[in-house]
Write a new protein. Structure first.
Length: 278
């Protein structure tokens, strides 16, 4: 796999960012993977080669502030969608099949609001169309609870040890557990804090009926962060969306149930790519 570093362009200059990095392998129609708060491009290691063998150019970005990508001055969903647009342009393609996991799925939804024509299809994996009610204290409490360990002096490695076992299903392999921890370990406290403050601002429920491209909504039956009933309801609001529930799967399906995740997503993307080529 080739690791590519990209240079500064206009939107990045506005936010004083120097580069966005991504992992790329394979050739063919482009499939772009967007990770969650505790992830990174590394978290899609089990997808990249599989999609390359299936005839796709597989790209996994490090969201601004993650990996070797420089941070945004202010992490917001419009800014993240701008970053995604810039990367799609840099890949020199008209459209991508976007696979967004958790907060990555929210970024894809934000992107679809403004640039739906640049998407061939989208997979919304273990994500949400909104995050709580801004009129109550839920959002403030969520952020405070998640950031309290940092304020108490814990490291990201400490947080990973506590959080990751709660995110994955009980039967996940030790390799899955270690990969998930490794992804979280490499996140800086500043980026983790910025992402937590960003995620609670998302509100995309009104936009779901306006999505007209092929969409797969993917849930895990043991996911407590993006519960299956909520994901199924989300799918019902998107015209023509498909809904799939993965068994024995927690919140980190690309890592803990890579085989099931890949089987469903590869089939979906292949089918809709073939429809484009008819």
């Amino acid at each position: 796999m080739a690791y590519r570093s990209l240079k500064t362009v206009s939107w990045l200059e506005r936010n004083r960012v120097g580069k966005v990095d991504y992992i790329e392998t394979g050739s063919g129609p482009t499939v772009m993977f967007l990770h969650g708060i505790g992830g990174g491009a590394l978290g899609f290691k089990h997808q990249l080669e599989v999609f390359a063998r299936a005839g796709f150019r597989a790209v996994a970005w490090d969201m601004p502030g993650y990996g070797r990508s420089d941070p945004l001055e202010d992490m917001t969903f419009p800014a993240l969608a701008d970053a995604m647009l810039w990367l799609v342009d840099q890949l020199s393609v008209d459209t991508v099949h976007a696979v967004g996991h958790s907060i990555g799925g929210m970024v894809v939804q934000e992107f679809a609001c403004h640039h739906q024509s640049r998407l061939a299809s989208m997979v919304l994996a273990q994500t949400s169309p909104a995050f709580g009610n801004p009129s109550d204290d839920f959002q403030k409490k969520f952020v405070a609870d998640r950031l309290k360990p940092l304020q108490e002096g814990k490291t990201m490695a400490d947080i990973a040890e506590d959080v990751i076992p709660e995110l994955i299903a009980g039967g996940a392999s030790s390799d899955a557990l270690e990969l998930a921890k490794a992804c979280m370990n490499q996140i800086t406290p500043d980026t983790y804090s910025a992402a937590m403050r960003c995620i609670v601002t998302f509100e995309g429920r009104d936009n779901l009926p306006r999505i007209t491209l092929p969409t797969l909504v993917l849930a895990g039956d043991q996911d407590q962060n993006a519960p299956a009933p909520m994901m199924e309801k989300m799918a019902s609001k998107i015209p023509g969306a498909e809904y799939v529930l993965l068994a024995e799967t927690g919140h980190l399906a690309p890592i803990e149930n890579a085989e099931g995740f890949n089987r469903v997503v590869v089939e979906f993307v292949q089918r809709h790519q073939q429809n484009l080529e008819l």
